[in-house]
Design a protein around this ligand. Structure first.
Ligand SMILES: [Zn+2]
Length: 163
């Protein structure tokens, strides 16, 4: 998934921001997803671009990627949300994989634009909560070296959703 709003009109883009800021979810979660859509989350590929990190793989599934004319392992932007095996398991557990998995190979903005176009505000809110928890699970693996279970993450999502 690449960043940017390729193929999106400025009207589409302004609808995305309007939708995001109107969601009934915690402010910090909205800001997190806004940063993801702008391509400024500190994922490994963004850090590599800023020369703050050397290439390394997702520490869950060792995703490989073609980078600078050779195959090396490093984590793409958005990997932890859709392409990682762990994320797929969480979405499947929530029975959401079918509804979120179309268009995930386009940009995050295009994906979100198409998702908000065909889902209720409540569904969009819930999906952003899931994305937030996937990001937290990724950070727990990355910085604390602990792998949360799918069940643990699904319970956290339910807890946050009900609060
Ligand atoms: Zn992965």
């Amino acid at each position: 998934m690449v960043e940017g709003g390729i193929g999106l009109s400025s009207r589409d883009q302004s609808q995305i921001w309007k939708c995001l800021w109107s969601l009934k979810i915690p402010e910090k979660v909205k800001i997190f997803w806004w940063r993801a859509l702008r391509g400024i989350l500190p994922t490994k590929d963004n850090l590599i671009r800023k020369k703050l990190s050397t290439p390394s793989s997702c520490n869950w599934c060792d995703e490989g990627e073609f980078y600078q004319q050779r195959i090396i392992l490093f984590e793409r932007s958005m990997h932890c949300f859709f392409h990682c095996d762990f994320a797929k398991e969480v979405w499947s557990n929530l029975n959401l994989w079918d509804s979120v998995s179309s268009d995930i190979f386009y940009s995050s903005l295009s994906w979100f634009s198409s998702f908000i176009g065909s889902n209720s505000c409540d569904s969009v809110s819930f999906v952003v909560i899931v994305l937030w928890n996937l990001w937290n699970a990724r950070n727990t693996r990355e910085f604390q070296g602990r792998r949360k279970s799918v069940y643990e993450v699904v319970s956290e999502i339910a807890g946050l959703w009900e609060s």
